[in-house]
Design a protein around this ligand. Structure first.
Ligand SMILES: [Zn+2]
Length: 330
């Protein structure tokens, strides 16, 4: 009898599709442990586990693939070893490194990407890469007993960036829904976030379930943002809308070109700040003819002419943004 016998009894279940699928699991922490376990047990053909972190004692209350003896070992490697014991009929690859260090071809090989990342910047980076590669992304986050799941199908559903941007000082609260509850959260962004096993299991379960449904084209996909509050057992599904001028997936951005007006006497650092606000970027670097412009450089008619093309690079962009210079008409 097949190890998959019980799931094969589900109407529409397609084990061959799962066997032929490759899924990248970004982050093998609390959510990632449960995501990777579910995908392993279900028989997804190839899993790529990415996490740069090592196991810490404080992970052990919820990251159930790890034991005390695993402390200081790479999460991706320990997880891969444990998962192979659960199912040796699938291929599991571990990559104990940053998402940014992985070759694009690895992402291109995947049918879908799941993410349980604790850093807001990493989520934004992965989102823009997935949009760029046109790869589906199921992502989620947690804060204590609250969690969310978002299903991103590039150019079809809103991407992570279509939502209102969260100010820097609220990064640690990025997992919480918009509204009242944020006020009760701690003010210090550097404090570790509260996290429990039960919520990790529920949110990780929903992420992996959406992933399996996507691979087998089973059921109704999450459309497109789910918020869960474990304290009240409330599940809310919100249909976020795409933003036409989203810097990552909007039509405006898909042109990969926009104009920006400059004035003589403006510093490059000030232009950089304006660009950061306009496009929701972190610390844009401005490149002209292959050279990064010095922040202290003062703009004049010679160094930035009407029609000059500048390229903007930023940690939140998977590829540079092209801007055409317009001169202020006096
Ligand atoms: Zn978007």
């Amino acid at each position: 009898m097949s190890r998959y016998d019980r799931q094969l009894r589900i109407d529409g279940w397609n084990q061959e599709k799962l066997r032929d699928a490759t899924v990248l699991v970004a982050g093998v922490g609390a959510l990632g442990s449960f995501i990777a376990t579910n995908l392993t047990l279900s028989g997804v053909g190839k899993l790529i586990l990415v996490d740069m972190d090592t196991v810490e004692v404080s992970n052990l209350n919820r990251q159930f693939l790890f034991r005390k003896r695993d402390v200081r070992k790479y999460k991706a490697e320990v997880a891969a070893r444990k998962l192979r014991q659960m199912n040796n009929e699938i291929e599991i690859v571990s990559m104990p490194t940053k998402l940014e260090n992985i070759k694009r071809s690895v992402y291109e090989e995947c049918d879908i990407i799941t993410a349980g990342l604790d850093s807001f910047d990493a989520r934004r980076w992965l989102n823009s890469l997935c949009v760029d590669l046109n790869k589906p992304l199921i992502t989620g986050g947690m804060y204590g007993f609250m969690g969310h799941v978002q299903r991103i199908i590039p150019y079809e559903t809103p991407c992570f960036e279509c939502q209102p941007l969260v100010p820097q000082e609220k990064l640690s609260q990025a997992c919480s829904p918009i509204g009242e509850k944020r006020k009760h959260l701690p003010k210090k962004p550097e404090a570790p976030l509260p996290a429990v096993a039960t919520l990790s299991m529920i949110i990780g379960g929903i992420i992996s379930q959406e992933c399996l449904k996507h691979l087998m084209e089973l059921g109704t996909p999450l459309d497109n943002y789910l918020f869960y509050d474990g304290m009240t057992n409330t599940t809310t599904v919100i249909k976020l809308e795409r933003k036409y001028n989203c810097p990552v997936c909007g039509e405006f951005y898909s042109l990969k070109e926009a104009t920006i007006t400059v004035e003589d006497g403006e510093k490059i650092s000030d232009l950089s700040t304006r660009i950061a606000y306009a496009f929701g970027l972190a610390e844009p670097r401005i490149m002209l003819r292959g050279v990064i412009l010095d922040k202290e450089l003062i703009i004049n008619k010679k160094n930035l002419k009407e029609g000059s093309k500048i390229f903007i690079m930023d940690d939140r962009l998977a590829k540079p943004l092209k801007l055409i210079i317009k001169r202020e008409k006096k």
